[in-house]
Design a protein around this ligand. Sequence first.
Ligand code: PML
Length: 265
Amino acid sequence: MSQTLYSIRMRSARDGRHISGAERLVPAGELEGLAGFLVRRALQHPRGAAAEIQLTIEEIPPGRLNRGHLPDVHTLRVANFRQGRQAALVLLERAGVRMQAARQAIERLAAGAAPDGGCMRGAMLVDARDGHRMEPDPARGIRASHMDLDPAAEEELRRRLAPYALDNEHVRDALVLAAKVLATPGLVAELCWSDDPGYVTGYVATPRDGYLRISHLKPMGDELGGRAFFVRPGCCLDAVMEHLEKSVWIFDRVGRIHPPMDWQG
Ligand code: PML
């Protein structure tokens, strides 16, 4: 991909409450069609149609572009969300997050991590050792952005996900976001589950094990969800935030997609 790329980002809200967000990196010729698609997506969100929709379009100088690969995907089947959260604890601890820090992050996401008890607009930034939150604004959080798939990699990803019925926007978008998180120096793991009340699967992503989907991380109907990025203690917070929010990444290689397996504890 040698032509100039543009970052296009959509955020939607109602009554000041975040509803949805999406973004892509595309050449100029695709901006118009994509803008329409993102607006439709904001208007048709399961949490209700947006009342405010913000579109931001920004040219990306070629020198800002980084290239990387997607993590391998594993799917762990659990019996219910309680077992799923237990599995998340084990996986986070294996990645170097202290048990207490992992437990606190799960409890915060489950209770609504924003100060008003709702969902944050971005992610919590959590110290992997003592669990304290480091994002400057606990309602906004940190937004991993400016990342996308190369068109050939997107095609390949869709082809590899399809046999497992995983070729949907939740999985593709989350995988690209997790890839950027895993490319961020100083981050040891990510935990996420959706705020979409009908989507109960979440994941833990770690540099060693990749993208570990957990079939249930919340009860069906629950509108609370979000993300926690776990940071290695003592690393430079400004550099972590700058990398997550501003560095530009195109992922041009796809990892392995493993068949689902039961969580063994
Ligand atoms: C989201 O859509 O808000 C997050 C989805 C996380 C899980 C995606 C998956 O099924 O792998």
